[in-house]
Design a protein around this ligand. Structure first.
Ligand SMILES: Nc1ncnc2c1ncn2[C@@H]1O[C@H](COP(=O)(O)OP(=O)(O)OP(=O)(O)O)[C@@H](O)[C@H]1O
Ligand SMILES: Nc1ncnc2c1ncn2[C@@H]1O[C@H](COP(=O)(O)OP(=O)(O)OP(=O)(O)O)[C@@H](O)[C@H]1O
Ligand SMILES: [Mg+2]
Ligand SMILES: [Mg+2]
Lengths: 251, 251
């Protein structure tokens, strides 16, 4: 189970969650995408509309089975638990945080019976929603945009991963740092990529995601890149990433 | 007093807050930048380090005067209240929300005695921190990235502005929508810009911010664009925006 997280905004969390999940499906793995961001960009990125009620409410407060919240995405074989605006309801947060964390973890373990891979998209924050994702994930993938603020973003998300690992979920680990929106013509992109690789030599994925407008266009058509334009550099880079992630998983 | 807000991440909130505040200073107006984002990108964007303790704690819990929290930025004439990681402390949020909203509003009114313009940078969320900014601001500027998800972002921030206007601050209004990261060579940029202008004809600023790597480089040097590279297209576009905003303000 993977969580795609960074509290820095606009670094490619949703684009990575949608396209990595689609590439897993493409490789024949039964995959579920969970949209934990109230904005619901991953939900619309696979051509689905947001739910009225959040699955947190339906499953943790009204005790419905989690299978009732799963929908099929526009991309065949990919399933999704859509987002809801209700996910940002602070009263819901205060209801879940102390009392129902264990129930949330049990709920997600049941998903592992039906799906080989689960990918969770997180909102840009370090609050409860990323914490829920970290409490059930084995691996956190942190997109790092090849621009200046990127390094600062890491100084806040990595400590939160360690805290959840100590207190709630000892299996959790940082799966890797993913360089995104890399523009080969800009010196800044090369500088930031070199800096991130020198600070975290073992953590950076070999696959790098280039800046490619086809990725932005695909999401506006509610499709993953592998179905919108399989010949694009964006599609090729996410296929390479999925092979690398699946390879790490097997070893 | 301006709030720069959008719950969509990476759309150019911080870049707009830093550069608009610097352009106001450049035009001879005594200006204060307030960084309400725990990430502290506006703080490092003007060459300052984050504070240990947040000004919310210092002024609302320990009752220090707000003037004690103001620092001078690297750009002469621009002052800043820096961010602190503590801004994301949920216990602090639960302490402020019911009981100290009025005290927060009084605190900010005192700033109007010392500064002609105040610009507040918000984190990518619709929680308490943007609500605090809206409770004291007269005008909200919403950056809209010229990519697909942009329109979705508006459907969440605009209702929050209306709610705060009804309940806490009747002077609050949407100052305008600012098109950012516009790439003249991409079809997608033109499509999104046309769509936003047709949906909100009276709200979109005439000034459009182009995608310009000089803006990303400037922030990595802790400087506003007008001191990093005044000849760049990014600098010119923010100078045009500041003239338009000051013009609207006078009429
Ligand atoms: N490699 C890329 N090349 C070009 N555009 C990209 C790329 N990756 C993402 N984008 C575009 O950049 C914008 C931000 O990406 P995305 O929404 O995936 O980021 P995010 O981290 O999920 O944002 P948020 O913090 O709001 O959740 C989107 O409009 C997306 O289409
Ligand atoms: N017009 C532009 N041209 C090129 N790069 C830009 C432009 N505006 C912003 N950037 C870069 O894009 C990234 C995102 O911008 P910025 O941090 O201002 O967005 P934000 O909305 O404040 O993000 P967050 O949601 O994390 O607060 C930064 O690395 C910034 O330097
Ligand atoms: Mg996202
Ligand atoms: Mg910002």
């Amino acid at each position: 189970m993977f969580a795609i997280a960074s509290q820095k905004g606009g670094v490619g969390k949703t684009t990575t969650a949608v396209n990595l999940a689609a590439c897993f499906t493409f490789a024949g793995k039964r995959t579920l995408l969970v949209d934990l961001d109230p904005q619901g960009n991953a939900t619309s990125g696979v051509g689905i509309s947001r739910s009225e009620r959040s699955f947190l409410n339906a499953c943790l407060i009204e005790n419905l089975a989690i299978a009732t919240q799963v929908r099929e995405a526009s991309f065949s074989g990919l399933a999704i638990i859509p987002a809801s605006q209700e996910l940002s309801d602070l009263n819901l947060h205060n209801e879940i945080k102390p009392r129902r964390m264990k129930a949330f973890q049990r709920l997600f373990l049941r998903l592992c019976d039906d799906f080989e891979y689960v990918v969770i998209d997180c909102p840009p924050s370090t609050g409860l929603l990323p914490e829920l994702a970290f409490s059930v994930a084995q691996s956190v993938i942190v997109p790092v945009q090849c621009e200046y603020y990127a390094m600062e973003g890491l100084s806040q998300i990595l400590p939160q991963v360690e805290k959840v690992q100590r207190e709630l979920n000892e299996r959790l680990a940082v799966g890797g740092l993913l360089l995104t929106m890399f523009d080969y013509e800009l010196e800044l992109s090369h500088e930031v990529a070199d800096e991130v690789r020198s600070h975290f030599p073992k953590l950076v994925y070999r696959a790098t995601i280039p800046r490619d407008v086809a990725l932005a266009e695909a999401s506006s058509h509610g499709q993953p890149i592998v179905s919108y334009d399989i010949t694009s550099r964006g599609a090729w880079s996410y296929i390479c990433l999925s092979k690398e992630v699946l390879g790490n998983d097997n070893s």
